[in-house]
Design a protein. Sequence first.
Length: 318
Amino acid sequence: MKIVILEADSLGEDMVFTPFEEFGEVVIYPSCTSEQAPERVQDADVVIANKVPICEATIGQAKNLKLVCLTATGINNLDGDYLKAKGIAAYNVAGYSTNGVAQHTFALLFYILEKLSYYDQYVKSGEYARGSCFSHFGKSFCELQDKTWGIVGLGTIGRRVAQLAEAFGCKVLCYSASGHKYDSRYEQTDFDTLLAKSDFISVHAPLNAYTENLFTLDAFKKMKNTAIFINVARGALVNEQDLYTALTTDEIAGAALDVLCREPMDPENPLLKIQDSTRLLITPHIAWAAKETRFRVVEEVVQNIRRFQRGDTVNRVY
């Protein structure tokens, strides 16, 4: 069996791929474009990928290909119709990043909520050392206790965030863009109600026809002007120009993003104009990137290959 790993660096340069050697030959490419993929996969039995589109244009020449394994949960880069027509199985990894993404959600929130960039700079600038008071009240912030946390997408990650929000004393509301009824004790509302009542809104939904461009200027205008918006799901759920407008016209108090419509970030993205880190924080798609999480992905892909070999459909998406 020949395994071709197309985007090894998407898991980090410190990752080790030796577990795949139990299956046979392993060829590793640090990165790969759609144009490079056809030649690289033409004699592969298994392709392991992340962002490279898996479709006829990229794998059409792979005559031996039996299995595609994603090192991610989202399957929007898979051409399911083509895979099914060719009898090629596809597996994703699910649940591997729940704790890491939930943790990062709160890291983003606290950075914005408690104006940590301002207070850090206040100390490092020497102002605190020159002051006469033990404390400093330059920027105000609030407790989470008795606030309302709105969650868009109450899957595994959304539920974990809900649990943590409750631990801090928040009331949790949730919303499903597809209209799915959650089997949950959390109050499920319509979108407008969630926008109007929430002090914090975090997004944990997949990118699909229901969620694409869900957060527009109209949505931000329905939020409290004290609200903080957090997106750790997919960039395209948010209209970035509208978010820029909402922040610069004080429709909302702040935003924190780990995902963008284009990654790496478009140099022309309007959000780059906002340099005030008490209002906007952007991290480079790292919510999932804790070391334990990345090792978990590798192990789960190994398990997916074993599942495929024995006919187990757990994690199989096509």
